[in-house]
Design a protein around this ligand. Structure first.
Ligand SMILES: [Zn+2]
Length: 360
């Protein structure tokens, strides 16, 4: 917030640069901040914290992330599904004032050439700008070299290193860090209405302080995956039972086919299991169980007496890790997800300390 206040003040004093680069890990709110910054520039009482009630603020809030504000252009490869943005041929939705809501194509340059319609500012936000290829970056460079008055370009990325040096040298960098766990938890509770404290706490840890990632994990059903792994590792459920259950878990994955969705579920589950294995392996080497991301899984596996159990487990953990990595590779190689998940659960079941009691 302090950063945004500073940028609004700079805009007021006419010393804000024409291009900002919001860098930092995925999911920490860079894109939301970019939108909020733009809203504060457009606000009738701005530049400053948007009042939320004036005409420009209301127009900004309508229309979702792309907003209905005529002076804002959001280029979002996540939204269009495009792998690479070609800057001269960017598809984006222009919300027309008519009800027809016509889809139009425009270029960033074309957009910036126009005079601001409503405010003194024209703002372009390019989300995940590292997806631009070299040609696109070079085209952008021209815009950066000859900026029109009142234009602001905000580039957002978690991979600053991929951008051309010539771009980086022309932008003002703003770095975002992951949030403190307590703050991340608060934000998660605010974003995911109806989430309980315990889940918010776990999401904050699983996402390592990135509310954006936490929201994705929530959508994808990470909590259900967690329950399943916990049941397996504690010996309450068998590998076969668990691997069948995977396909009944709730969770949304965006993919065109069922097979593609199954692959995404398998990938998510395997990445989760590998993260747990990393924790486990650290604890086998003597690290404190309470200090890990997956403390609760470690405890469901080894009970309260964990240090004693974990001490001798190291070699077995390495074998399981190798098998899981192999499974992870198979998913990318398009092996049937059911088969891969079944193998992964079988591998994980080798870690069960208190196996299922037959006949109970
Ligand atoms: Zn306002």
């Amino acid at each position: 917030m302090d950063v945004l206040e500073g940028l609004w003040r700079a805009a007021k004093d006419e010393r804000l640069g024409h291009a900002l680069l919001f860098g930092g890990p995925d999911g920490v709110g860079k894109f939301s901040c970019a939108l909020y910054l733009a809203a504060g520039l457009f606000c009738a009482s701005g530049p400053g914290k948007p009042c939320g009630t004036c005409g420009p603020c209301r127009r900004f809030q309508s229309g979702g992330e792309e907003s209905n504000h005529p002076d804002l252009l959001v280029v979002d490869p996540l939204d269009s599904g495009a792998e690479i943005i070609k800057l001269n041929r960017i598809a984006f939705r222009e919300n027309s004032s008519s009800k027809d809501d016509v889809e139009m194509r425009r270029t960033v340059e074309g957009f910036l050439d126009l005079h601001a319609v409503e405010s003194e500012w024209r703002v372009v936000i390019i989300r995940e700008c590292h997806r631009m290829n070299t040609n696109a970056q070079n085209a952008l460079l021209k815009t950066l070299e000859e900026p029109a008055a009142g234009t602001l370009l905000i580039l957002e990325t978690a991979h600053v290193g991929v951008l051309l040096d010539t771009i980086i040298s022309r932008v003002t960098r703003v770095e975002y860090a992951p949030l403190e766990p307590v703050l991340a938890k608060e934000l998660i509770l605010e974003l995911a209405v109806g989430t309980n404290e315990r889940l918010a706490d776990r999401l904050a840890r699983w996402s390592k302080g990135s509310p954006g990632i936490a929201m994705r994990l929530l959508r994808e059903g990470r909590a259900a995956e967690h329950e399943l792994l916990s049941a397996l590792l504690s010996g309450k459920r068998g590998a076969m039972d668990c691997s069948n259950e995977v396909w009944n878990l709730e969770g949304e994955f965006v993919a065109a086919t069922d097979r593609a969705m199954a692959r995404m579920r398998a990938r998510s589950l395997l990445d989760f299991a590998l993260e747990f294995i990393a924790d486990l392996s650290r604890c086998c080497a003597g690290a404190n169980v309470d200090r890990q991301v997956h403390t609760d899984l470690l405890i469901s596996m080894s009970g309260e007496d964990s240090p004693r159990y974990l001490a001798g487990l190291g070699p077995r953990v390495e074998v399981v890790r190798e098998k899981l990595l192999e499974c992870r590779g198979d998913i990318e190689a398009n092996v049937t997800p059911d088969a891969v998940v079944a193998r992964a659960f079988l591998a994980l079941s080798q870690l069960v300390i208190r196996p299922l009691k037959v006949g109970r």
